[in-house]
Design a protein around this ligand. Sequence first.
Ligand SMILES: [Zn+2]
Ligand SMILES: [Zn+2]
Length: 261
Amino acid sequence: MLRICVMGSGSGGNATYVGSEKTHLLIDFGLSTRRVAESLLQIGVHTDDIQGVVISHEHTDHVKGLTTFTRRFCAPIFLSRPTLEALTGVTINGSREIIEVGMAFRIGDLDILPFPVSHDAADPAGFLIRHQGMQVAHVTDLGCITEAIRYRVQGSDVLIIESNHDEEMLKIGPYPWPLKQRVLSRLGHLSNRDLAAYLQNDFDGRARTIVLAHLSQKNNHPELARLSAQEALAERSAARSDSFEVILAQQDTLSPVITIG
Ligand SMILES: [Zn+2]
Ligand SMILES: [Zn+2]
């Protein structure tokens, strides 16, 4: 059995829980320790039971809670050396485990494979979490879905994937032009349109639950993101009887708990 819950998602902070009966871990720690502890309690997990935190990249919205968390709790932080060296304004007080993007490792009874994504960070990673033949893919903060990423996420039972912005909203929105260019670039963030193209043309259809994550609060609207993904999924499954659940991860509230197996 695997349970997944996105505790918060977006440029204001990110953290996702993935756990089996025995092992509990977090992907990223960009929320306050208090907020994470409260969210975990809501799903019946105590923060003391967290056995590891895996870090996707060094951007503040993915790491800013680490200083306080590692002062109070002893779970090791798993991150690559380039990510560790690029951390600014954050101190890891407890133990850390150096991982290599592309090399699988294990925490308790969960197998974790970090894989490279295209984003303007030192060594950004997506993650596959595997347990008893089940697989969860967590891919946010990426400018584009490369062939390698398509290949990696195949066979996932749950897909947590970025649907950052609506390109039109971004273009007319409040961001200064250089920031717009950054978000739109191949090293930036994934648009609703890019995700829709993937879901329609390349997604293998195995995951019945798709979580749209890291939505921009300024350059996207949750219903636009949902519609875009649902239309793409409907398009691909027009000739079949596939049905998919689309969940929107939110900045300020935790997602429903997804249970598989
Ligand atoms: Zn981010
Ligand atoms: Zn980022």
